[in-house]
Design a protein around this ligand. Structure first.
Ligand code: SF4
Length: 164
């Protein structure tokens, strides 16, 4: 569901690629815990050559989360006027957050405008390069995990935050 005043063309994809048009980094992959988790930046940073050089040869999507303007019908995930990914993630992986974390792109995020905080609850678990939709199934590190796993992951995240 779109908020009034926000048209489709102004929304941002929260799972873009480094080479997507007008790509910007809005999160960093934190691999210190049991699961990778996205640490959201206070503001997006354009994905310049200098920024991408910080990955030192790694796949940029393993290091950063990128955002770029939603491609709407030009993207294979877009059907019936919306992105299929947030609903797909809602149906296939447990929530990774129990309350919304600050996110710099929320006001124009495609996933948020479709599913509100149900999208945000799973977003921080997504490392773009690690997930793929195969047929009607999601393949990736959290595939098949049940929601009861949630407390242990939340504790891991809490511990990371306390260590900082
Ligand atoms: S789904 Fe939520 S947390 Fe993820 S990018 Fe969109 S607004 Fe931010």
């Amino acid at each position: 569901m779109l908020q009034a005043g926000i048209v489709n063309d102004s929304l941002l994809c929260p799972s873009a690629r480094a080479d997507s048009p007008h790509s910007a980094v809005f999160g960093i992959v934190d691999n210190r815990g049991v699961f990778p988790i996205i640490r959201y930046l206070e503001r997006p940073v354009p994905a310049t050559a200098e920024i991408l050089a910080l990955t030192e040869g790694e796949d940029p999507s393993q290091v950063f989360r990128f955002t770029s303007p939603c491609q709407n019908g030009r993207c294979g995930h877009f059907r019936d006027g919306e992105c299929g990914l947030p609903r797909f993630l809602q149906n296939h992986i447990p929530a990774s957050e129990t309350k919304p974390v600050p996110c710099a792109i929320r006001s124009t995020c495609r996933w948020f405008h479709q599913l509100s905080f149900d999208a945000c609850a799973r977003c921080s678990a997504i490392v773009t390069s690690e997930y793929a939709i195969v047929g009607d199934q999601l393949s990736g590190p959290l595939e098949g995990q049940a929601p009861p796993e949630l407390p242990s992951r939340s504790e891991t995240v809490s511990n990371l935050i306390k260590e900082e």
